[in-house]
Design a protein around this ligand. Structure first.
Ligand code: PDD
Length: 280
């Protein structure tokens, strides 16, 4: 596999990053994951817009123009022959002597990109749905910034897996679901209303979420953009999550309680089809 590191396309075994890189020492960096379907980048403009916001919230220098970053994405897809999968892009504050204070402005940010060939459309999970287990949301309070500081979500997913579930739904101090470890969470009530948490610092502002909320509205669904509790989710007719890597993924149980019939709901399946049609 060919990866991109600070201006060069190199085989992954030859890629180098400094041990003093602040991404490595302080998780001082941000990232984006963009899906590729039928050779096409999905919602690239949205990912770039969010990247710009993450960079500015952390006063991270820009590694270059949107056009330059798009060109690197395309070059890597072509060099690695990716038709379906993901492009991961990470920008960190670069290498500097270890100090909690940011280095002076002339430090070069590090820019790393790699591709992952991956089946996204016809996955077993999209047929069966996934199960989730709830965990307290113990992340920092700026979950709207897409930082590479992913240890808590990683631990949460391991906790869920140790309890026999596929993923975790994180829950705030008031019993409301914030989001999944790497996806946004939704329920469909018995009257067909779709509920998903409002945008704030508590969740990542999903690019897939923005598209899917629009598609649900086009489907004539009433939407309630507000927090929902774990208790409400247990009573829901359907549940699902969205992300660049899972598109729209049905959720069929929460903490061992079946949601609706316990199989992927019709609206989640419909939205998944609509999303894939949009992405292609
Ligand atoms: N994760 N919430 C969190 C905490 C996420 O990490 C992600 C994405 C999302 C969904 O955002 P989007 O629709 O823009 O992918 C929500 C990516 C896929 C990852 O970390 O691999």
């Amino acid at each position: 596999r060919i990866v991109y590191v600070n201006g060069s396309y190199v085989p992954e075994s030859e890629a180098k990053i400094s041990v003093f890189d602040r991404g490595f020492l302080f998780a001082d960096g941000v990232y984006e994951v963009t899906a590729v379907l039928s050779g096409k980048l999905v919602d690239f403009a949205g990912h770039m817009k969010r990247l710009r916001r993450s960079l500015s919230e952390l006063a991270l220098p820009s590694p270059g123009s949107d056009e330059m970053i798009l060109a690197i994405h395309r070059e890597l897809l072509s060099r690695n022959g990716i038709e379906e999968g993901l492009v991961y892009m990470q920008i960190s504050r670069g290498a500097a002597d270890r100090d909690f204070a940011f280095p002076p402005e002339n430090t070069e940010p590090s820019l790393v990109l790699f591709t992952q060939a991956k089946t996204l459309r016809e996955t077993p999970a999209s047929k069966t749905g996934i199960t989730v287990a709830t965990v307290p949301d113990q992340r920092w309070r700026r979950c709207d910034i897409k930082t590479v500081q992913l240890l808590y979500p990683s631990m949460a997913k391991m906790d869920a897996k140790s309890r026999g579930a596929d993923d975790a739904w994180m829950v705030d101090g008031d019993g409301f679901v914030t989001e999944g470890t790497s996806n946004n969470a939704y329920i469909v009530k018995q009257d067909g209303t779709v509920v998903t948490r409002h945008l704030s610092n508590d969740i990542l502002h999903g690019i897939t979420r923005a598209t899917v909320v629009g598609l649900a509205e086009q489907e004539g669904r009433a939407m309630e953009i507000r927090p929902f509790s774990v208790a409400e989710a247990r009573e829901a007719d359907e549940a699902f999550v969205t992300s660049a890597s899972s598109f729209v993924m049905p959720v069929v149980s929460i903490d061992g309680t079946k949601i609706g019939s316990g199989s992927p709901g019709p609206f989640a399946r419909r939205l998944r089809e609509r999303y894939i049609a949009h992405a292609e």
